[in-house]
Write a protein that binds this ligand. Structure first.
Ligand code: SAM
Length: 161
């Protein structure tokens, strides 16, 4: 398993109260941790380039509207190059945003095939965080959130018609 963060390790340690213990626990469990990974360019990241995964997960990619679209659409475009043939991409967010998500996924040739309710109890120790600004270490209400699941669409040959 590879866990990534957008920010540097130093930034995480400074801004998030549990960063140090969370990073240590992940390492002890055998997880590879890579910092400074931008979802919009992750397939070109020096550590990730050429690697394929059977699951690629982004929990709560929510920010301002325009930036959100750019990150989620960039995430899907990059994930398309990094997911195995029968692999899955999972995005957890509030149900109300589903149609926009399906549309962005479709543009990157992913098909929506189902969703599961997101229950925090299934992830002991996990606390969702705002992740930006002065209150980045604060949590927020996840309400009626679900994990939306996508499969790679088939690569059709370009017939030039
Ligand atoms: C609402 S927070 C959710 C954080 C965490 N995934 C959770 O479940 O609590 C949104 C996260 O998206 C990350 N993010 C913002 N822009 C990003 C980008 N371009 N690439 C990767 N991650 C990004 C932020 O660093 C922040 O951690």
């Amino acid at each position: 398993m590879v866990a990534t963060s957008l920010n540097s390790k130093e930034y995480l340690l400074e801004k998030y109260s549990r960063a140090s213990s969370n990073l240590k626990e992940l390492e002890e469990l055998g997880c590879t941790i890579v910092h400074k990974v931008d979802a919009r360019t992750m397939s070109e990241h020096h550590f990730l380039k050429g690697k394929c995964f059977d699951r690629i997960v982004f929990n709560f990619p929510l920010f301002g509207i325009a930036y959100h679209v750019s990150v989620v659409s960039g995430f899907f475009k990059n994930a398309r190059k990094m997911v195995t043939q029968n692999g899955e991409v999972h995005v957890t967010q509030k149900r109300v945003q589903l149609m926009k998500l399906i549309n962005l996924a479709f543009k990157a040739k992913f098909l929506f095939f189902g969703s599961n309710p997101f229950n925090e109890e299934d992830y002991p120790g996990y606390i969702n965080k705002k992740g930006h600004g002065k209150e980045c270490d604060e949590t927020f209400s996840i309400g009626d959130s679900r994990t939306f699941k996508f499969l790679r669409d088939v690569d059709f040959p370009d017939l030039g018609v």
